[in-house]
Design a protein around this ligand. Structure first.
Ligand SMILES: C[S@@+](CC[C@H](N)C(=O)[O-])C[C@H]1O[C@@H](n2cnc3c(N)ncnc32)[C@H](O)[C@@H]1O
Length: 253
């Protein structure tokens, strides 16, 4: 009898996102469907990206929230993702919005990007789920001139954030309001991800430096935080908000 196939972390991560593909966009901050939050993201993209028309590689594009917003702004976008299910949603939405000619979807690993070259490599909320983030960042340096990372400190261990989390969880139980988010990864998968649940942006900034990107800079995305807080029912927006930021770097100094 042959041994059963070994299911590695990346297979389990792909299965997780394939299973989440039909529900991911139900969260307003995932789909960027709220008009105010959409406007805040449009501003964040316009400030961080070179002027359109430029070519954008959106790594871990998912259901295409950022890709489609960038395509609307006039960019030529390639969305790369491990999950065929998530990308099928992105393609469906691109067709429905009449943006299919500006968005190309590629199923594949973040560490093996299409050759490009791209004017800019972007990601939103993806580096935390990559087992070798420095390796992935290096591979993006081979194909991109600018790097733009949209991230947040989801794993803050500050007393104020832990107290707010506890209050939100308790209130959700009392009010029978389910959390507006999918289930977390299993602990053994999380253990293989060095940038999961970051308490601060410091390890991410260090990873970008380590990968060889130049001129690393960071800016807090207060407009995105504010818009996300406003679309949640009180007090959940206030209790569950976390610092969000954009890191930008260049391939050449
Ligand atoms: C939190 S979602 C973010 C999706 C999208 N960037 C957004 O802003 O809505 C993470 C995405 O990363 C993808 N992903 C996870 N690991 C990956 C890898 N190693 N290579 C490519 N995509 C990956 C998942 O399939 C999922 O679509």
């Amino acid at each position: 009898m042959t041994d059963p196939p070994v299911v590695g972390a990346s297979d389990r991560i792909r299965e997780f996102w394939d299973a989440d593909a039909s529900t991911y966009d139900a969260t307003k901050s995932h789909s960027i469907s709220d008009p105010l939050e959409r406007a805040a993201w449009r501003q964040a993209l316009s400030e961080a990206l070179p002027l359109p028309p430029a070519s954008v590689l959106d790594v871990g594009a998912g259901t295409g929230s950022l890709s489609l917003l960038a395509a609307e702004l006039g960019y030529a976008v390639t969305g790369l993702d491990l999950s065929p299910g998530m990308l099928a949603e992105a393609e469906r939405k691109a067709n429905a919005m009449g943006l299919a000619d500006r968005v190309t979807c590629v199923v594949g690993s973040a560490s093996e990007p299409p050759p490009g070259p791209f004017d800019v490599v972007v990601e939103r909320h993806v580096l935390w789920t990559i087992p070798d983030p420095v390796g992935a960042l290096r591979s993006w340096l081979d194909v991109g001139r600018r790097l733009v990372l949209f991230e947040g400190t989801w794993g803050s261990r500050r007393l104020v954030h832990r107290a707010k989390d506890f209050a939100a969880q308790t209130l959700r139980k009392v009010m029978r309001t389910p959390p507006d988010h999918h289930a977390p990864y299993p602990e053994d998968v999380l253990a293989e991800l060095p940038l999961a649940r970051l308490p601060s942006p410091v390890p991410l900034v260090e990873a970008v430096h380590q990968a060889g990107w130049h001129g690393v800079r960071i800016r807090r995305l207060r407009d995105v935080e504010w818009a996300a807080r406003l679309h949640e029912p009180w007090p959940f927006g206030w209790l569950e908000e976390r610092p969000r930021y954009v890191i930008v770097a260049d391939a050449e100094s």
